[in-house]
Design a protein around this ligand. Structure first.
Ligand SMILES: [Zn+2]
Ligand SMILES: [Zn+2]
Length: 599
């Protein structure tokens, strides 16, 4: 974007020199100051390598500035136009309005957010303000993560997305979950354009090495041409069961992004270039600092479900991310005058059912696609007396419950440690104020465990476990953003660990205890985890060369249902299975070195 731009009052484009003071005054007023300082101090050592922190807007939710663009003088007198990008991502097939987790004044707060019917009304309302010049974009992880999605292999979600009327879609790392053929079929059902510049056919025929989707998309809007280039997470085959991405080869964006930026700038004559990515915030910010993306204006990111309320300014591009589960819409407005980009305004808006009434047509469509599965999905399989939450990076009540279930089922098999590679995210399940409990349904079980994997066992030495955990912690806390993936510490039961996030690879673990005793490097321990399709048989949750690998013939869902039938109501809590010397139990994001906070 041009340097000589006239900024609106309250403009949030991230290039103002006076923003630091604003940040600090917000921080002074806020009870979260101590936590902000904690991270500032904790990350001081890495600060030299990065740009000054951008403003973290500590005003979540309700402070809408939706009308700022209409107030712009040039827009008012007809000299300028503006276009709007409405960006969602990581909806994870959450059909209904659900509880959503917020972190305010140092503690969790829950509000009702999302739902396809509310989301549709909101997008429709926002688009109606600028109908000719609004684009609706989704950044992936859309048709996976809930009961209907799992039982229809994503197909049930396609009509909902078409009913909203998306313009552009990027596949995320979860779009491969049902395999390449189904991904292709499901995405083929979308009426919107699809882009991805780093997913290639890995076949034995003449299509080997060809792109699966078009790499970019352009649009004439508000008198200018704008371009979008798509990038899915190149680590997809490593992060997830390798079997999912058989036949697909991924490359890093750095391999071809410069080529496409040049093409869009010089040949297509685009006034602005956007990368639509699904790579996680740490990697997206890393990419924004690389010369290869010079010429890109914004990286519209996704994957780690981060709620960017103020674009994070990298050296070459600004990065945004719109939260998850259909709970938020990121809105970027850009003022264009005589073919030149003049200003921009970015906001993260809540999909708030109190503000937007559910769309009747969408509500009916949701019921229709859910009908065949309704009885099974609505079935209550247990109750919880505590909130089931999976937003913390280090340890969560939800995963403690799931690993409790596995340990209970297999304790007589001599299992010492239960692991759940698990899933980083799930909307929370919040107890009812009157009854003091919340119903756990089969549908929610699919949200907690969106893949019903088989149970797998094996034996590993204390040393093997230690080395594997060091690697796992490196995946979460590496100083090198490109080495970070997923965004969470592996979940477990039967073991306690303590680590220092800022230490080097191989030196993070301070101690491990198994069944209360310090781990013995020489001793063998029996481990239970879940099968990752496509892994070697002697690999357990990315731990290589385990001995006596075995699949006793149980799946995760049955074990959890059985456990709840005996133990309901449960009351899982964070109990210190994993602790860090330099990060709080409430750590919510792996991004560090930037003035960003998940709220
Ligand atoms: Zn996701
Ligand atoms: Zn993802």
């Amino acid at each position: 974007m041009s340097d000589k731009i006239e900024h609106l009052q309250d403009c949030t484009c991230g290039c103002h020199s006076d923003e630091k003071e604003i940040t600090d005054s917000i921080a002074e007023d806020s009870n979260i100051k101590s936590r902000r300082d904690f991270f500032r101090n904790a990350t001081a050592l890495t600060a030299g390598a990065i740009i000054p922190p951008a403003l973290a807007n500590a005003t979540p939710g309700d402070t809408y500035r939706e009308n700022e663009m209409q107030k712009n003088k040039a827009v008012q007198n007809g000299k300028a136009q503006f276009f709007s990008l409405l960006h969602t991502s990581d909806i994870h097939a959450q059909l209904y309005t659900h509880d959503e987790f917020f972190f305010e004044n140092g503690k969790p707060v829950y509000k009702k957010r999302g739902g396809f019917a509310v989301l549709k009304t909101m997008l429709k309302t926002l688009k109606a303000k600028n109908p000719a010049n609004t684009l609706i974009i989704d950044g992936g992880d859309c048709f996976q993560g809930g009961g209907v999605a799992a039982l229809t292999e994503g197909k049930g979600i396609v009509p909902l997305i078409n009913n909203i009327g998306y313009d552009l879609i990027l596949p995320g790392n979860w779009e491969v979950v049902y395999g390449k053929e189904v991904m292709w079929h499901d995405l083929g059902g979308y009426n919107s354009a699809k882009i991805c510049a780093n997913m290639f056919h890995d076949t034995t025929d003449e299509y080997k090495g060809e792109l699966i989707f078009p790499p970019y998309w352009t649009k004439m809007i508000a008198g200018v041409k704008i371009g979008f280039i798509g990038y899915n997470d190149p680590l997809t085959p490593k992060r997830q069961s390798p079997a999912y991405s058989v036949g697909i080869h991924f490359t890093k964006p750095e391999v071809n992004v410069t080529k496409y930026v040049k093409l869009l700038k010089e040949y297509e004559q685009c006034a602005m270039i956007f990368l639509v990515t699904h790579m996680g915030l740490a990697q997206q910010v890393d990419l924004a600092n690389k010369i290869e993306v010079a010429g890109v204006d914004y990286i519209l990111g996704a994957d780690t479900h981060e709620r960017i309320r103020k674009p994070i300014a990298g050296k070459y591009a600004k990065v945004t991310e719109p939260g998850a589960f259909g709970s938020f819409v990121a809105k970027l407005d850009v003022v264009v005058e005589n073919g030149k980009v003049k200003d921009s305004n970015y906001q993260l808006l809540d999909v708030d059912p109190e503000k937007y009434k559910p769309d009747a047509e969408m509500a009916a469509l949701v019921e229709k696609i859910r009908e065949p599965y309704k009885k099974e999905l609505n079935k209550v399989i247990g109750k919880t007396k505590t909130n089931l939450v999976r937003y913390y990076v280090i340890e969560n009540p939800m995963d403690n419950m799931l690993t409790d279930a596995l340990m209970w089922k297999f304790k007589d098999h001599g299992v010492d440690i239960v692991l759940s590679n698990g899933f980083r995210f799930c909307p929370p399940l919040v107890t009812n104020k009157v009854t003091g409990t919340a119903d756990i349904t089969n549908d929610f079980l699919w949200s907690m465990f969106p893949v019903n994997s088989e149970v797998k066992m094996g034996v590993a030495s204390g040393q093997q476990i230690w080395n594997w955990l060091e690697k796992e912690l490196h995946n979460v806390f590496s100083k090198e953003p490109a080495d970070r993936f997923g965004g969470w510490v592996v979940r477990f039961k039967g073991m306690e660990i303590n680590f220092t996030t800022k230490n080097e690879m191989g030196k993070r673990l301070n101690w491990i205890k198994v069944n209360g005793d310090p781990i013995n490097p020489e001793k063998n321990y029996s481990i239970l985890a879940c099968e990752r399709e496509g892994d070697p048989f002697d690999m357990l949750c990315r731990m290589e060369n385990v001995t006596k690998p075995d699949k006793p013939g149980f799946n995760m869902h049955d074990v959890v249902r059985e456990y709840l039938a005996v133990h309901s109501p449960v009351a899982p809590a964070v109990e210190g299975r994993a602790t860090a010397t330099d990060a709080p139990a409430t750590l919510l994001s792996q991004l560090e070195g930037y003035d960003y906070e998940f709220i």
